[in-house]
Design a binder for this molecule. Sequence first.
Ligand code: T1G
Length: 655
Amino acid sequence: MTVSVTQEGDIACVTLDNPPVNALGQAQRAGLADAVAQTNAMLGLRAVVLLCAGRSFVAGADIREFGKPPMEPHLPDVLAQIEGARVPWIAAIHGTALGGGLELALACRYRVALRSAKLGLPEVTLGLIPGAGGTVRLPRVIAAADALTMVAGGKPVGAMQAQDMGLVDALADADLLDAALRFGATLADRPDPGPVLARPVLNPDPAAFDRLAAKLAARARGRNSPKEAIAALRRALTLPASDALAAERAAFLRLRDDPQSKALAHVFFAERGAGRLDRLKGISAPAPDRVGVVGGGTMGAGIAAACLLAGRYVTLLEQTPEAAEAAAARVTGILQDSLSRGVIDTGQHAACLNAFTATSNAADLSGVQLAIEAVFEDFDVKRAVLAQLETVTAPDCVLATNTSYLDVTALAATMADPSRLVGLHFFSPAHVMKLLEIVVPDAVSDNALASGAALAKALGKITVFAGVCDGFIANRIMSAYRADCEYMLEEGALPWQIDAAMVDFGFPMGIYQMQDLAGLDIAWAMRKRRAAEGKRPANYVRIPDILCEAGRFGRKAGRGWYDYSSGEPLPDPEVERVILDESTRKGIVRQAFAAEAIMARILSVMQAEGDAILREGIAARAEDIDVVMINAFGFPRWTGGPMYLRDQPPRIASD
Ligand code: T1G
């Protein structure tokens, strides 16, 4: 909450302290303005070091202020005062310098950072662009193309890369303040680069810029902010700095009122609120260090890799030595892929391998603190595995099931101690997908829940708590709109029309291409199992079965809902024939479906199922459902999610 000024010899230190992430609210901006005035009046100073208390440098403007009218002092004005201060300011960066935090650092003459720090301008992820000079100052310290990538992409860079780019002037390994003070002591020996805004734009290679801009614009899909970011960078390259600054501020304020930024701020806080459960208020548990995974198939291997990449010790149990070896190969393959993609470095890769054991001896699980079963999706198979886990693990070891739709309360009831079981529903691939549904069975203990939540946080997951029902939140809603899409096929739509409508709305992929990617045979096997149990729904759509009976299992079979003989998904006349025949068989007169009508149907089914999920207490908050749909199925983030959309005023067509 404070900005304090101290002095170390001939260098003043301005420390900003606003837990948890030093967001720049009105009080912090006012405090910085006072600190400029105070240090300007201090005689004999050579420099000012600006640093932050707590775990990080400034994480940006205070997003909680976005819904309110901007309050003075405005950040651009404070940054101009810093940039024009009597002596140079040196930003000392640890943790993250993001958004307004990096803009603050750019208003300083120099930047010194801990090697572990990250710097970025993520405003586009909030539907905005930098609003305090970031798009104008950044291409004056790094190459214009790098600036464009950072601003329009929104991804942070590590401090070492930042130094290579010219964004950071010096790196520190340990004592950041000491490093900044020592850097300050060398200023007299350095040529003064002058205020950033007075420097020329770097490497304005228009052709390279335009090529990159076209690529980034294509990636924007339905989002406004990346296109505005590109326009802002273009202005920075072509206009006088003051004009570019004014235009940037106008664009930022315009985007602050754009529905997309309001929706993205909603999602930002919804993702942080979703991982909260009232019954766990005041209860926490350490994240398990030693994790057991039973089952080394796709899911089990992905879960094991996710835990290893998060610094856990993992013991993976399979039924035979051969199966254990095959599972180990899957896990090490994921780790090798993470290494080659730069997700981990060679040291982390070695540490992961050292922390991993694959075995067929259940006794090797005796030391784990949490064991997750990821075996075949069958009640009796899972029941037997849980019974075995109860005997081979310590009594205080938490047990978890990765089931995607079985009744976790019923599974727990088969155990000697049902309080040990929690549902941890990962999404495939488990080491990539951010979402994790924590399923809360009736008998689960607070400790088991808190341990599962702590592991999920350690894995960097976005967690949502779900009650027990068929499909929990994500798969239950997916089943509902998948069924309605199949009814639309019988009523007149075609798969490629439905997929096109979903992609046009902002989904990365339509439901039928997604099914072809996952494979149609898995769902077919489940439908046959349910039919055998007498659970076939009344108005049953046979179309998917007909495709499977013809061996059309999706991309892996070369044909599914689409024809993949060319390598790309192409509408298939054979599939259209099957659909038309089914409409005829059911006596349905087919009608045309416009994209808007298709999306209206899909949204209304999602929202109706979401309402039922809320009524039944399966989800605690409507925004939890938004978090699930965005992170499980790619519901376009910039819309806020299906439940947020339902509560928005209808958009005027001319908008
Ligand atoms: N404003 C307000 N609160 C924030 C915040 C922010 N910018 N960032 C985080 N919080 C809260 C968050 O809600 C949570 O609160 C707590 O801090 C810990 O966050 C002018 C206009 C920094 C990488 O987009 O990316 O600057 O739940 O759980 O996982 O051009 O927070 O505890 O009550 O996420 O360690 C640009 C957003 C803003 C960065 C830390 N900045 N934040 O991650 O903790 S726009 C951002 C993050 C801007 C300028 C423009 C992450 C983090 P609570 P957390 P974390």
